[in-house]
Design a protein around this ligand. Structure first.
Ligand code: C2G
Length: 510
């Protein structure tokens, strides 16, 4: 069993703490509000969870260091607007390597960071926490129902699948079934933006509209979120999963949903401020609007429902005009994106015709490919030998810098040009996130995923996407970093015995 610190004694934090304690974990809950600590400690009930007793085993504290120290897992369950300040206050008590789970839902408006990114950014500020591992836990889980031990499911998301699985183990019990997903950004984006669709669904009900309108808002609302998510490099499947459609259904249709209730009051004619006051709890859908609008603009994604909700909350339009606005938009096709990009399709068909046999086997591999060398060529040659069409996904400069902390000698465009010139390579596309692999397998109809065996085991999860995963032996002794080192050393030697070139006779005639 684990020792778990839960930061935040709100409805969700308390419901999770109760579940974890009943599973046998050692749980301590921290709240910045001393009065809240006193009431919860003495009454052993949360005001929003009247039918759920808080187990005696849970200790409530106002001492942040006590809640953070010596914890196997630290859970951030504070409202989205307090995640950064809580991370800053907790940093001195968080050891490097700490596993942290964010369960709040939202996007930070000024940085556009998801909340796990906010925590990572804030805790690592002192340069002494590069080893922390931050995950997100998100899905169709009303706190009120989790607190009643009603069967629920949730997603544990982390790029590092071993961390996602460790959290899966800690939170799984007879009432909670946990699924893992490496697409953290997609899971968190769903969690934040579905609250806005829930507001829209509540507004619609408040205006007296029925289930047809609700179903339309849920379906088209998910389409908007998915469009934005895939533009941000998230995996398509995340949006049709528990953190996506699952959470959207439970939030947009349930009386438990504070976003839905707040929307209903707005539809009834209350101002957003009065509606939030009446709900009496944090309405994350309203907090998520500024970031959602900035993301839609940044990625040039059309998000009409979210835009309309933003206009209503800002008072630019009244709710009764909103639905007419949405219904009066230009006609659209539902399947907007070609199954595969046309250039690739033409190339595939050309190769298919050329070969004239049963079909083409498509192979994909990923890498930085800086200072292209024979180790890379060996990899590309063997990868191509596994099929008929080889796609090489080259890390963008931003991805290398932000995620791999690598500074390349050649820019992405230069590395792309070099790799495209290799006769084994058929197509080069950019790698912009760790999580794009899953959707790439489907977007490019991949049969075989290949990597050097220095990555052995890291991408086995792609087998779930129906592709063969192959790790090929690395070419020993050569690497981009080795080349840089050798050149540096050689230069250093040269510098000592550097000949004065003025003395060298450049006249070839002599
Ligand atoms: N490689 C190899 N032999 C070498 C060097 C590299 O077989 N001597 C292989 C690596 O195993 C990898 C590919 O060549 O499969 C590209 O190597 P890098 O550019 O170093 O790739 P890396 O930075 O590890 O990026 O999402 C995966 C990452 O993008 C991989």
């Amino acid at each position: 069993m684990s020792s778990i610190g839960v930061l935040g004694a709100g409805t969700w934090g308390t419901a999770l703490a109760r579940m974890l304690c009943n599973s046998g974990h050692d749980v301590m809950v921290w709240s910045i509000i001393e009065e809240e600590v006193k009431v919860l400690s003495s009454e052993r009930r949360h005001k929003n969870l009247p039918n759920s007793e808080i187990p005696e085993g849970i200790v409530f504290t106002n001492d942040l260091s006590e809640a953070c120290r010596n914890r196997d897992i630290l859970v951030f369950a504070v409202p989205s607007v307090y995640v950064r300040s809580t991370a800053a206050s907790a940093r001195p008590f968080i050891p490097d390597g700490q596993i942290i789970v964010d369960v709040a839902k939202g996007i930070e408006p000024d940085t556009l960071f998801t909340l796990s990114e906010v925590i990572r950014d804030e805790v690592r500020r002192d340069g002494k926490h590069d080893g922390i591992k931050v995950a997100a836990l998100s899905g169709p889980t009303h706190a009120e129902e989790v607190a009643l031990d009603l069967p629920s499911t949730i997603v544990s998301a982390c790029e590092d699948i071993s961390v996602a699985e460790l959290i899966q183990d800690a939170f799984t019990n007879s009432c909670m079934r946990v699924y893992t997903n490496t697409d953290v950004r997609g899971v968190e984006l769903c969690g934040a933006l579905k609250n806005i669709i829930a507001l829209a669904s509540g507004i619609s009900a408040g205006l007296g509209y029925g289930d047809n309108t609700k179903a339309a808002l849920i379906t088209r609302g998910l389409a908007e979120i998915e469009r934005l998510g895939t533009a941000m490099g998230c995996a398509e499947q995340t949006f049709s999963g528990l953190a996506g459609i699952g959470d959207l259904i439970v939030t947009a249709t349930s009386r438990h949903s504070r976003n839905n209730r707040c929307g209903y009051l707005i539809g009834q004619g209350y101002s957003p401020e009065d509606a939030v006051r009446q709900v009496g709890m944090v309405v994350e859908g309203i907090n998520a609007l500024p970031a959602a609008m900035r993301l839609a603009e940044k990625y040039s994604v059309d998000m009409p429902i979210i835009r309309v909700v933003d206009d209503i909350v800002k008072g630019n339009i009244n709710a009764s005009d909103a639905v007419a606005l949405l219904m009066g938009r230009e006609k659209k096709a539902e399947l907007l994106k070609p199954v595969c990009n046309s250039d690739l399709e033409k190339t595939v068909l050309r190769n298919f015709t050329a070969r004239g046999d049963q079909g083409m086997k498509r192979v994909i591999t990923y890498g930085t490919f800086d200072l292209l060398h024979y180790g890379h060529i060996n990899l590309l040659r063997r990868a191509k030998a596994l099929g008929d069409y080889l796609i090489v996904v080259i890390s963008s400069d931003e991805f290398n810098w932000n995620e791999k902390h690598k500074k390349c000698y050649f820019s992405y465009e230069q590395r792309k040009a070099l790799v495209e010139a290799v006769r084994y390579v058929d197509l080069v596309i950019p790698e912009e996130s760790w999580s794009q692999k899953r959707s790439d397998m489907h977007e490019y109809h991949i049969d075989t995923f290949v990597m050097g065996d220095d990555w052995k085991g890291k991408f086995d999860f792609l087998k779930e996407e129906g592709v063969e995963v192959v790790y090929l032996p690395r070419t020993p002794e050569i690497s981009s970093s080795q080349i840089k080192k050798d050149l540096y050393d050689a230069n250093a030697v040269d510098g000592e015995s550097k000949v004065n070139h003025d003395e060298i006779d450049t006249d070839p005639g002599k």
